[in-house]
Design a protein around this ligand. Structure first.
Ligand SMILES: [Zn+2]
Ligand SMILES: [Zn+2]
Ligand SMILES: [Zn+2]
Ligand SMILES: [Zn+2]
Length: 417
C-alpha cells in the first residue's frame, strides 16, 4: 500500500530514528565514520563515476545533467546501493550527502512510498517533505545534538570542525540544537553514554583551535590579565588545540556538589561555606573585593592574579598535576584487567549518574574501576560493601546493563604522582 506523503517533516520521528540508528552502530566519537555506517549494514556505497565507468552500471542521463542531484540510492538485488557524485564536491559536502541518503534508507522512504530511487524523490515537488526529513536525519547522525549540547558546542564554526561537516550543514545543526531542548531524558542519556569516552576525555578539543595560554594551553577569552590556570601574565597567545582542565563536581550554578575537604555531602542552598570545615563552596578570587564567580578549574584570578578559593584550599591541584592525571585517566579507558576491558559504562554511571543521584556513593566510588563480563560486575575499590540492589537497579536503568553478580576487589584508580 502506498502511504500518503507527510505534509510536513516528521521532526520527532526523524530525530528519534536517527538516534536509534546511531545507538545501534559502532560509532562512539566525532567525526562520525559515515562509510562504515553503510558497510556495517551491508549497504553498498560508491562514487557514481566509478559505478558507471568501472562497474558499468547504467545511470540515468538526467542524474548527470542535473547538477543539484548529489546522489542516487536504489534498492537492487536485495541490497540498497548508494551512488554519489564526487566531482567538484568538497569532502564535507559528500559526507553530508551520504548521511542524507542513509536517511532515505533508514526512514523507509524508498519502501513506504514505492519510489524507484532517491533521485525520483529529489526531483518531485510532491516529495519535498521527504527531502527535508533526509536532511534532518543527516544533521542528527553527523552532529548528534545531545553530544554537542553536552560539550557546549554551539558555534557553527566549531561544530563544522568537530563534526567534519560543511558550513551550511553546521547552520542546520545550530538551529537543531536550539529546537532539541525536549529530547527525552532516556534518549539523551543513551547517546551520552555511547559517547562518554569521547566527551569525558575531551578528545574533540584535538580538532578545535583557539587562542590558548602559551604555558598551560588552556583556551583564553582574550579579557584576562593573568591565565586562570597557571597564573602567568598574559603577553601573547598561541593559536592551538586547547587543553581541558577539570573542575570538581559542581551544581549548575557553580557550587561544590560536596565538600572535598571533609566529604560532607549535605550542603543546603544559600550556604557559601561548608558548615563542617569552612571550605568555600564557590570558586572566587581570595581578594574579597573580587566577588565574581570563577570557573571550577580556575586557580588564579584572571584580573589580579591572586589564587582562588578552590586552589588555596587544595580542592584543585597544581595545573601540571591535573594535566598529568588527565592523561592517566584517558589511558584508563583502554586498560584491561585480567584480560577483561575496563568498563566505560561503569565510568559513565559513576561520573555522570551518581553525582546527581547519590553523592555519598559517588564519593566512595569516584576512584573505582570495574569490569563487566557476562553480567558479572567486578568493582575495584577500597571498600568492604556496596549497596548491591541499588547498583543493579540503577545500572539497568541508566546503562541498560543486567548485573547478575557483584564482586569487590581491592584496588581502585590511584593516581601515581
Ligand atoms: Zn534526497
Ligand atoms: Zn596558563
Ligand atoms: Zn567541609
Ligand atoms: Zn582577583
Amino acid at each position: 500500500m502506498l502511504k500518503p506523503v507527510p505534509d510536513k517533516p516528521r521532526r520527532n520521528f526523524v530525530k528519534k530514528a536517527a538516534r536509534t540508528f546511531m545507538l545501534a552502530s559502532k560509532q562512539d566519537e566525532l567525526p562520525i565514520d559515515v562509510d562504515s555506517l553503510f558497510e556495517d549494514n551491508g549497504w553498498l556505497l560508491m562514487p557514481a563515476e566509478t559505478a558507471e565507468q568501472q562497474v558499468g552500471m547504467s545511470i540515468p542521463i538526467e542524474f548527470w545533467q542535473n547538477d543539484s542531484a548529489e546522489a542516487l540510492t536504489c534498492y537492487y538485488a536485495d541490497k540498497f546501493i548508494t551512488l554519489y557524485k564526487t566531482q567538484g564536491r568538497i569532502p564535507q559536502k559528500i559526507r553530508f550527502t551520504k548521511a542524507h541518503e542513509l536517511g532515505h534508507i533508514v526512514l523507509n522512504h524508498l519502501t513506504d512510498y514505492e519510489q524507484p530511487d532517491s533521485f525520483s524523490i529529489e526531483r518531485s515537488s510532491e516529495y519535498h517533505t521527504l527531502e527535508r526529513e533526509a536532511e534532518m536525519f543527516a544533521a542528527e547522525v553527523l552532529a548528534p545534538t545531545p553530544v554537542l549540547r553536552d560539550i557546549d558546542l554551539f558555534e557553527a564554526q566549531y561544530i563544522q570542525t568537530v563534526c567534519d561537516i560543511s558550513e551550511s550543514a553546521a547552520d542546520i545543526t545550530v538551529s537543531d540544537i536550539n529546537l532539541d531542548l525536549n529530547v527525552s531524558e532516556a534518549d539523551k542519556n543513551a547517546v551520552l553514554r555511547k559517547f562518554h569516552k569521547f566527551i569525558y576525555s575531551a578528545s574533540y578539543l584535538k580538532r578545535v583551535r583557539k587562542n590558548t595560554c602559551p604555558l598551560c594551553g588552556v583556551a583564553l577569552s582574550g579579557n584576562e590579565n593573568h591565565c586562570q590556570v597557571c597564573g602567568e601574565k598574559i603577553h601573547r597567545s598561541l593559536y592551538d588545540h586547547p587543553k581541558l582542565y577539570g573542575s570538581p563536581p559542581q551544581t549548575h550554578n557553580g557550587r561544590l556538589l560536596y565538600c572535598p575537604k571533609c566529604k560532607n555531602a549535605v550542603l543546603r542552598g544559600g550556604r557559601v561555606e561548608c558548615p563542617n570545615c569552612g571550605q568555600s563552596l564557590y570558586n572566587k578570587c581570595t581578594n574579597p573585593e573580587h566577588k565574581w564567580l570563577l570557573p571550577g578549574f580556575a586557580r588564579y584570578c584572571p584580573y589580579c592574579g591572586e589564587v582562588t578559593t578552590y586552589y588555596s584550599s587544595g580542592v584543585i591541584t597544581e595545573w601540571r598535576v591535573d594535566n598529568y592525571n588527565a592523561d592517566i585517566e584517558q589511558d584508563l579507558f583502554y586498560k584491561h584487567i585480567d584480560g577483561v576491558p575496563v568498563s566505560v559504562d561503569w565510568h559513565f554511571w559513576v561520573h555522570r549518574i551518581l553525582p546527581k543521584e547519590n553523592v555519598n556513593l559517588y564519593i566512595i566510588l569516584k576512584d573505582s574501576v570495574a569490569t563487566v563480563e557476562y553480567g558479572d560486575l567486578v568493582v575495584y575499590a577500597n571498600i568492604d560493601e556496596l549497596p548491591e540492589a541499588y547498583i543493579r537497579e540503577s545500572m539497568l536503568r541508566y546503562c541498560g546493563m543486567d548485573v547478575i553478580s557483584i564482586n569487590i576487589e581491592n584496588g581502585g584508580f590511584m593516581y601515581d604522582v
